[in-house]
Design a protein. Structure first.
Length: 161
């Protein structure tokens, strides 16, 4: 059976990982999960998650040219946490839409792990009137991370009304 996670479940998964490892530092989380991180020249590829069955180990390959490797690691960590039991290559041959849903889920996971609700709440007095671009700059993340976070937060708050 293939599990499609609703956004709220992805948020809860990210929160449980942060709680379990007492950090949202993706390097520390990967170390605790024994996921190897390799920075390499990958050309136009930002990064990918690889499983070596013989060694039973996971490796996150990150393009060493990346300005924000932690974003790529968080995204690939999302694939590990949410999709590690799926054969992505077989699934992408069956459905391009399904592949994009998995990528979207990994992006949601990355935004939730990198920018927690507590981080936003703690800084709310300072960032309350700021634009998304200013908030992204403050937290030192690309704009899309903040946009994902705020878009999801808006959707979730609408569903709870």
């Amino acid at each position: 059976m293939i599990l499609i996670y609703p956004s709220l479940n992805i948020k809860h998964k990210a929160e449980s990982i942060i709680k379990e490892y007492k950090t949202n530092d993706v390097y520390e989380i990967c170390a605790n999960l024994k996921i190897i991180i390799l920075e390499e020249d990958l050309g136009c590829i930002k990064g990918f998650l690889q499983y070596y069955e013989e060694e039973n180990e996971y490796i996150i390959h990150v393009n060493k040219q990346s300005k924000h490797p932690e974003i790529i690691i968080a995204h690939e960590l999302g694939h590990f946490i949410l999709h590690k039991n799926l054969n992505i290559f077989k699934l992408e041959k069956c459905s391009l839409v399904f592949g994009s849903k998995l990528e979207n889920q990994a992006n949601i996971f990355a935004s939730e792990i990198l920018i927690t609700d507590k981080m936003l709440i703690d800084e709310l007095p300072r960032i309350n009137d700021w634009t998304h671009k200013q908030i992204a700059s403050f937290f030192k993340v690309p704009l899309f991370v903040i946009e994902y976070k705020f878009f999801r937060k808006k959707l979730l708050s609408q569903n709870t009304l």
